[in-house]
Design a protein. Structure first.
Length: 192
């Protein structure tokens, strides 16, 4: 190869480099990072305040919590009756407030709440490795929109506790591995 051939190639590379430099100098990083036809997203709502019904001295691992709390519906919506799969406790005169068993609502995103519901209804197997699919699928949705998963570390911890404390059966021989995986995922989410 002669000197003129290498000069032509390097001259052509310089033109590409110069063009690329000019293109990059014309760009600006200031401004919105959304497409022109995309609507601006509303800000995320503030997290709910902790429930004042329960005292700080209550034991969160107490097994007497087994009824779901239903949110208060304002009096102005008399015609609206919410449908809920959970029973609403109706205290009678013979029932003291302490005898009503109350469970805190599930923590985490909808995916983790569905897993907790499956655990409560005794439909969640661990032998087939479904728990790994849940962890990996949750990681994908977490990385897509992390703001919606603020309580998911607590949700994974609750799932681990439920799996760890349920009775052993032949189709649950993977429970110990599932508990370790759920706790590890809770730790990883809490550290982000």
């Amino acid at each position: 190869m002669d000197a003129s051939g290498s000069f032509a190639i390097s001259n052509q590379n310089m033109n590409i480099d110069d063009q690329l430099t000019q293109l990059l100098q014309g760009m600006s990083l200031s401004g919105a990072w959304q497409s022109a036809n995309e609507e601006p997203r509303p800000p995320m709502p503030a997290p709910k305040e902790p429930d004042t019904f329960m005292s700080d001295s209550s034991d969160s691992e107490d097994s007497t919590y087994n009824v779901r709390l239903i949110p208060h519906i304002p009096a102005s919506s008399d015609s609206f009756t919410p449908l809920t799969p959970y029973p609403i406790p109706q205290p009678s005169r013979s029932t003291s407030p302490k005898s009503l068993a109350i469970t805190p609502p599930y923590c985490g995103c909808g995916m983790l709440q569905a897993v907790q519901d499956q655990l409560d209804s005794d439909l969640f197997p661990t032998t087939s490795g479904d728990y790994l699919d849940i962890i990996f699928a949750h990681r994908e949705v977490f990385y897509a929109y992390p703001q919606a998963h603020a309580m998911c570390a607590l949700g994974f911890t609750e799932i681990a506790k439920k799996v760890e404390t349920r009775q052993w059966r032949a189709d649950r021989e993977g429970d110990l591995e599932a508990v370790a995986a759920f706790r590890n995922e809770a730790w990883a989410l809490a550290s982000t």
